[in-house]
Design a protein around this ligand. Sequence first.
Ligand SMILES: Cc1cc2nc3c(=O)[nH]c(=O)nc-3n(C[C@H](O)[C@H](O)[C@H](O)COP(=O)(O)O)c2cc1C
Length: 423
Amino acid sequence: MASLSSSHISGRSSVAEFPKLRRLGFRGRSSRVGFRVFASDTQPEPDLSVTVNGLKMPNPFVIGSGPPGTNYTVMKRAFDEGWGAVIAKTVSLDAAKVINVTPRYARLRAGANGSVKGQIIGWENIELISDRPLEIMLKEFKQLKEEYPDRILIASIMEEYNKAAWEELIERVEETGVDAIEINFSCPHGMPERKMGAAVGQDCVLLEEVCGWINAKATIPVWAKMTPNITDITQPAKVALKSGCEGVSAINTIMSVMGINLDTLRPEPCVEGYSTPGGYSSKAVHPIALGKVMKIAQMMKAEFNDKEYSLSGIGGVETGGDAAEFILLGSNTVQVCTGVMMHGYGLVKKLCAELKDFMRRHNFSSIEDFRGVSLEYFTTHTDLVRRQQEAIRQRKAIKKGLQSDKDWTGDGFVKESESMVSN
Ligand SMILES: Cc1cc2nc3c(=O)[nH]c(=O)nc-3n(C[C@H](O)[C@H](O)[C@H](O)COP(=O)(O)O)c2cc1C
């Protein structure tokens, strides 16, 4: 549960106090009222390109931090297949402290009572951040930026509650030439005893302090990746933006227990007879992620300048439609992690094609044309009741016919008068 003093949540954001020289070329939604062609045969190809915090991407599809960004070979593969950007697996200063176990994944299948034939809808992992030496990861970032200077590579970082450690990590990561940094404030199972990941992201006081250190040091855009394992996700998101971050990413995995083996009575994934709660991802988390992103987007719209800040939607994306939903709720980019693990890097081609189909159907020519447009259709339950009562009243009035003589039009006197009789 977040702890947040009122001073953290009041007032408008300003990054002025952070001495950074960041690329802030985010264009907002200037194209929304732009040129539209309605005849389908003359319709130009929808433009999927986005510019987020000054970073130009050919499409909004970003590899989410995790196994699909774990080394040079797979990140190169992602660029070659056409992903808009790649976020590498989270790194920290001392990889020797990161010790993974096997098995570390467990899957939930739809239908067939958990049979191996059912479609995978949920995925739990107890994987930690990268256990590869930082020097090697940094060398690979540098090589990728040399080979793909025009493509966007984002480093994901996580450190202990130690200012000097954060500063050293930021400096070393920036030296490689990466375009931005995503801060993993959200890993649910990773080393809370070292005050890492969600241990910071769930505590707004700690978060404000750590974001302050990070943003005082960083010279490239910083995105704060939020944990959904908190009562109100808008609170840490607000703290991160007020503390100088340019963007928010949401969500990381949801704390879960995948299941209990009913023969052995042991929880899954089972490591030497024991388990630990893990992080849930894939299709099953998509509605929850949409709910969290919607809340953050509403908060950002109300309290932050849309042109300076960005939102990256994450959770259960496997189709262009899934991505369109995140964008309709205000996301600038959409990250995919488990979807790539299940379907491979070529998934981006299907995502782009399906997103373009959606855009053609609605005559949207750019991502900004529809970003955030569904937000206005959310209201309170009280307002839903009022709207429904009003709609029922209007439908009844139409059914009942004319209310009084003054409503007569003169077309069909008998019919009009009879409709009044039934009133
Ligand atoms: C196996 C696995 C490892 C992950 N490792 C990281 C990580 O190192 N850093 C991070 O920020 N998120 C990590 N994530 C979280 C994903 O980036 C993403 O936020 C989450 O899985 C929800 O998106 P998805 O449904 O597309 O996977 C990991 C997810 C999985 C499944």
